[in-house]
Write a protein that binds this ligand. Sequence first.
Ligand SMILES: C[S@@+](CC[C@H](N)C(=O)[O-])C[C@H]1O[C@@H](n2cnc3c(N)ncnc32)[C@H](O)[C@@H]1O
Length: 238
Amino acid sequence: MKPNMQFSAPQWQDQCPRSVQFDDVYFSTENGLDETEYVFIAGNQLQTRFSHTEITPFNIIETGFGTGLNFYCAISHWLTRSKQQRQLCFTSVEKFPLLPADMQQIAAIWPQYTELVSSLLPHYETIHAGLNSFELLDGQIQLKLWIGDIHDALPQLDTPADAWFLDGFSPAKNPEMWTPAVFENIGRLSKLGTTFATFTSAGHVRRGLQSVGFDVQRYPGFGKKREMLKGCFLGSTI
Ligand SMILES: C[S@@+](CC[C@H](N)C(=O)[O-])C[C@H]1O[C@@H](n2cnc3c(N)ncnc32)[C@H](O)[C@@H]1O
């Protein structure tokens, strides 16, 4: 691995990684996979959309790759639901990647993803700062993993998302992931019908997404969280 990356060294508590730097968890301590299914998969209506879409590649953009749990969950839905010969392109931005040994833990916690973790890890061990592009599972899945700050990475993307996973730690603990510049780029990288989902219901996130062209709905949150946000892009306001 190249030296110009700052790795995260999370603390593991009851099979849940916690960032010391951000004092926040990578996924719900109640059940990380159920949270991903509820917030990001159902929040973007991906079960139905994957079954019916003619779009290829279908583009998901995520803010914060973390353990890759959202990635594995999304691609496992894609593999069981999408029509043949369709490709899923998953782009994710990560400033503080986990070490491969921490990435391996996902297979121990959710053995149904063992094969997917094994197909990613040999590529993940080669990551470097900037864009890392990998084809997995005979090219059905493309992962574009940007290692760097969200403010450097998003302006370099040019293909709009079909769905956004906004997952960059809580806005109170990591305001850098939820700035007006980030929202502007999310709007720039969206088109009619693009959806987003996020676990947070912070007012400035809701207003920031509305200001760049999203219809934003509050929705009951996962587990102990009262509300989350999801919505659909109506058109550019910029
Ligand atoms: C809640 S975790 C993401 C969990 C992940 N989606 C998963 O499936 O495990 C938030 C991620 O955002 C990353 N992050 C924090 N600040 C960042 C920044 N300024 N730019 C890019 N990534 C950042 C963190 O390192 C962390 O991995």
